[in-house]
Ligand binder design. Structure first.
Ligand SMILES: Nc1ncnc2c1ncn2[C@@H]1O[C@H](COP(=O)(O)OP(=O)(O)OP(=O)(O)O)[C@@H](O)[C@H]1O
Ligand SMILES: [Mg+2]
Length: 349
C-alpha cells in the first residue's frame, strides 16, 4: 500500500534515449499544500520526467515515487494521481460528457462525476458539445476534468497553460491554488515559460539539460533578485581591482567590456572610481526580473544562445555574474522535507 502522504519523490532519476541523456540524476521532492512549478526550456527533460513519474517510461536509473510507491504499485492509481500530459487526444465525435463517462467507467467512478468535474473546470455549459470542436483552451480544461475524475490527491500537469487566454490562466491559478492549499493536495505543473506560471506556483524546480539548476521556494528566488550596476570604465581591470581593494564584493567583468557590481550604489562606485583616477563613461542600474534569472539559470540548453547573452555554459557554474550568491541555489538530492532546507548550497552535480 502507498503511504497516503501526497508526496512526490524523484531521486537520482536518469533516462537515456540512445545517445540522448534526456534526464540526468534529477532529484526533488514535492509536498502537498502548495503548487510546484517544474520549469525548463524546450527539450530539458520535463515531459520525460513526468512520464517516468506516471509509469509511462522506464527510468534508466533512479526512482520516481508518489506516496512512497512507483506508479505501477499504486493499486488504483487514478484515485491517487490525476495527470494531463502533452498531446493527449480526445475522440473528436464524442461529447465532453461522454468522453468523461468513458473514463469514469474505466476507473470505477459513477457517471455523475462527469458532470461534477465539468462544473469544476467551467465547462458545464459545453457538456453536450463534441470535443472535436473545442478550442485549445477548452481542450485543456477537458483534459484537466479527466484528470480530476478520480478526485486524486496528486495532480501532475504538463504545460497546462498552453492555449489558455489570460482569463483562463487566472482561472487555472485560482483553481490549482485552492486545490493545493485548501484541500492539502499536491500539484506539480511543468512549463517552459516561468512568467506563464509565476502567478500559479509556490515552489519551483528548474532544470536544464536534464539537470537541476534551482530547487526551492519561488519567494526565495524572488528575494534573491537584486539590482546590479553596470559600469562602463576606461579600464575595466583597474576598476575591478579598485573596487575589490575598497572591500566591494560581487564585482565581475562582463563579456562586453563593462563591470557588473552587485550590492553597491552608483555613488559608492563613482567615488571609488574617481579616487582611483579611472574614467567612467556610463553607469546603468539594472534590476533582474525572474524571467531573466530563469534564462540565466537555463542558458546553454542549445549552443549559440540568444544574441547579447553569454555563451554556452555546459555545466552549472553558480549564479550569473553580478547576481545572487550561491546560498540561494539548492543542491540535491533531499531525502525528505526536513533535509530539504539543509541543501541550500552549491551546484548540483
Ligand atoms: N521517446 C523518445 N525517444 C528519443 N528521444 C526522446 C524521446 N522522448 C524524449 N526524447 C528526447 O529527450 C529530451 C527531453 O525531451 P522532453 O520531451 O522530456 O523535454 P521537455 O522538457 O518536455 O521539452 P518541451 O518543453 O519541448 O516539452 C529531448 O532531447 C528529446 O528529443
Ligand atoms: Mg514537454
Amino acid at each position: 500500500m502507498h503511504d497516503g502522504s501526497g508526496r512526490i519523490v524523484v531521486q537520482n532519476l536518469s533516462k537515456q534515449f540512445g545517445a540522448v541523456n534526456a534526464v540526468q540524476n534529477l532529484s526533488f521532492t514535492v509536498e502537498p499544500g502548495s503548487v510546484t512549478g517544474f520549469l525548463g526550456p524546450n527539450g530539458a527533460g520535463k515531459t520525460t520526467t513526468l512520464r517516468m513519474l506516471l509509469g509511462l517510461v522506464t527510468p534508466t536509473s533512479g526512482m520516481a515515487t508518489i506516496n512512497g510507491r512507483p506508479h505501477s504499485q499504486l493499486g488504483n492509481p487514478a484515485r491517487v494521481v490525476g495527470s494531463v500530459l502533452e498531446n493527449e487526444g480526445f475522440h473528436p465525435g464524442r461529447t465532453a460528457r461522454n468522453h468523461l463517462r468513458v473514463y469514469a467507467a474505466a476507473i470505477g467512478v459513477p457517471d455523475r462525476r462527469a458532470d461534477e468535474v465539468l462544473g469544476l473546470v467551467g465547462l458545464g455549459s459545453a457538456a453536450d458539445r463534441k470535443a472535436g470542436g473545442f478550442s485549445l483552451g477548452m481542450r485543456q480544461r477537458l483534459a484537466l476534468a479527466t484528470a480530476l475524475l478520480g478526485d486524486p490527491q496528486v495532480l501532475v500537469l504538463d504545460e497546462p497553460t498552453n492555449g489558455l487566454d489570460p482569463e483562463g490562466i487566472l482561472w487555472l491559478r485560482n483553481f490549482l491554488r485552492s486545490y493545493a492549499r485548501e484541500q492539502r493536495r499536491t500539484v506539480l505543473v511543468s512549463s517552459h515559460l516561468l512568467n506563464e506560471v509565476e502567478q500559479l506556483i509556490d515552489q519551483v524546480v528548474i532544470i536544464s539539460q536534464g539537470v537541476t539548476r534551482y530547487y526551492g521556494p519561488l519567494e526565495q528566488l524572488r528575494k534573491s533578485q537584486q539590482s546590479r550596476v553596470l559600469v562602463q570604465p576606461a579600464d575595466p581591470s583597474a576598476l575591478v581591482k579598485a573596487l575589490q581593494d575598497n572591500g566591494i564584493t560581487g564585482v565581475s567583468p562582463t563579456p562586453d567590456g563593462r563591470v557588473a557590481v552587485a550590492g553597491s550604489s552608483v555613488q559608492q562606485i563613482g567615488d571609488i572610481a574617481a579616487k582611483a583616477g579611472i574614467a567612467v563613461y556610463g553607469m546603468q542600474e539594472e534590476h533582474a526580473d525572474l524571467e531573466r534569472m530563469f534564462f540565466q539559470l537555463t542558458q546553454g540548453q542549445y549552443t549559440g544562445g540568444a544574441p547579447g547573452y553569454p555563451p554556452h555554459q555546459a555545466q552549472y557554474q553558480g549564479p550569473p555574474p553580478g547576481y545572487p550568491p550561491q546560498q540561494h541555489y539548492q543542491q540535491g538530492p533531499p531525502s525528505g522535507p526536513q533535509q530539504q532546507q539543509q541543501y541550500w548550497g552549491g551546484p548540483q552535480q
